[in-house]
Design a protein around this ligand. Sequence first.
Ligand SMILES: [Zn+2]
Length: 84
Amino acid sequence: MPYLDPDQKEKLLERLRPKLRGCPCSPYGARLEVGDLAAAPVLERGVPSGVATGNQFVPMIPVICKNCGQIQWYSAIGLVDLNG
Ligand SMILES: [Zn+2]
C-alpha cells in the first residue's frame, strides 16, 4: 500500500508549492503532482559507486511534472511522519 494517500499528496504539494518554480522543461505547461514516497540507498565509503550494501535510506518526495515527466526530489524528513 502506498505510504501517502491522495489527500496527503495534495497537502504536501501545497506545502512545497512556495519552493517550487514550475518545471524547467515545461515553462508554460507545468502540471505538478506529488508521487509515491520513495527512498534512495545511502552509499558507503569504500564501496563501488552505485552499489548499496547497507540498510540506510534517504526518504524522498517526488514532485512530478505531468506534462513532461521530469521529477524534482525533496527530502521527506520533516514533511512526512515517517514513523507511521
Ligand atoms: Zn515539465
